[in-house]
Design a protein around this ligand. Structure first.
Ligand code: MG
Length: 274
C-alpha cells in the first residue's frame, strides 16, 4: 500500500513536527519528502493538523518557524499541549496559576475563559516547561495543590533537547517537575501531551474525526505510535529504517522510510511489551 492510498481512506490526518516534517524547531531543516506530503495534503484538500509536544513556543511562533523552511501552515492548524490544556477548561471562566515560558503565556492570554492569577485564589495550576523556574513558583504551586487546586501538566515529557541562553542539550521538562509536585502534594495531574489519550481525543474532536477516520504520522515510538491504542492508524516514519521495539495493538501500524505520497508502507505485526 502506498501512503497516498492510506490517506485516501482517511478523513483527518495528524502530523508530528519534529523529526517528521523538520529536523527540529531550534534549527529547522525541512525534509524534502515532508514538503511533498504537505503540498499533496493541500492539493487533495485533506483536513490535517500538526500535533506537537512543543508548548514553550506559541502556535504563531511555530507557524513562523515552519514557514521559513517552506511549510505553509496557519497557527490554527497546530495543536500543542497548551492548546489541549486550554480546551480542557473551555466553557468556564477559570483562575489559573501558570508556570511556563513566553509561548505558554501567549496562548493563555488569547482565551477569555482563562484568567491568569498569581495568588491563592487560583483554581488550577497549569505547569508547563519553564527554564526560568524558581523555587518560589514551585512552592507556591505546591501550596495551591495542597489547598485543592487542580493540576494540569502541559505536556508530560520528562526532558527534551533544546537551546537557551547559549546552552544546548537536554533540559528537564514539565513531566519531571510534575512528578515532584505530585509526590509531595499527594495528587495526580492531567497530562495534555502525546501519548496521552487526552491529547489525541482533543485533537480529533477539534478536527472533527473519529479515531477510525484518522491517521497519525510521526517518528516517535514513545508518543506518536501510541495513538494506535485508541484505534488511530499510525504511520511511523523512520528515514533510517530502524524498526520500533514494540508495536501496540488497537489499530494498524505502518512503517515507511519516506513521506512522499508514493512511498510504500510496510504493515507491522503487533509486538507488545513483555
Ligand atoms: Mg517527533
Amino acid at each position: 500500500m502506498r501512503l497516498a492510498d492510506l490517506l485516501e481512506e482517511k478523513r483527518v490526518v495528524l502530523l508530528d513536527i519534529e523529526g517528521t516534517l523538520v529536523t527540529g524547531l531550534e534549527t529547522p531543516k525541512a525534509y524534502p519528502d515532508a514538503l511533498e506530503l504537505v503540498r499533496y495534503l493541500r492539493r487533495v484538500r485533506k483536513r490535517f493538523a500538526l500535533a506537537t509536544n512543543t508548548a514553550r513556543l506559541s502556535r504563531d511562533d511555530i507557524a513562523r518557524v515552519l514557514r521559513r523552511v517552506g511549510i505553509e501552515v496557519s497557527p490554527r492548524e497546530i495543536i500543542t499541549p497548551m492548546t489541549v490544556a486550554i480546551e480542557l477548561l473551555r466553557g468556564k471562566r477559570t483562575r489559573v496559576f501558570l508556570i511556563g515560558e513566553a509561548g505558554h503565556i501567549a496562548e493563555a492570554v488569547k482565551h477569555e475563559w482563562i484568567e491568569l492569577v498569581y495568588d491563592e485564589t487560583a483554581e488550577v495550576v497549569m505547569l508547563g516547561a519553564s527554564r526560568d523556574l524558581t523555587y518560589q513558583q514551585l512552592n507556591f504551586a505546591f501550596r495551591l495543590l495542597l489547598r485543592g487546586a487542580r493540576l494540569i501538566v502541559v505536556g508530560g515529557d520528562l526532558y527534551a533537547h533544546g537551546a537557551k541562553y547559549g546552552d544546548s542539550g537536554p533540559f528537564l521538562m514539565e513531566g519531571a517537575i510534575a512528578r515532584a509536585l505530585e509526590e509531595a502534594a499527594g495528587v495526580r495531574g492531567i497530562r495534555t501531551g502525546k501519548p496521552e489519550e487526552t491529547f489525541f481525543r482533543t485533537a480529533l474532536s477539534m478536527l472533527g474525526g473519529e479515531p477510525s477516520e484518522a491517521v497519525m504520522i510521526g517518528d516517535s515510538e514513545r508518543t506518536d505510535l501510541q495513538a494506535a491504542r485508541l484505534g488511530v492508524d499510525v504511520v511511523l516514519v523512520r528515514r533510517d529504517g530502524r524498526e520500533p521495539k514494540h508495536v501496540p495493538t488497537g489499530a494498524r501500524v505502518f512503517m515507511t522510510t519516506s513521506l512522499s505520497p508514493d512511498a510504500q508502507l510496510t504493515l507491522l505485526a503487533p509486538r507488545e511489551y513483555s
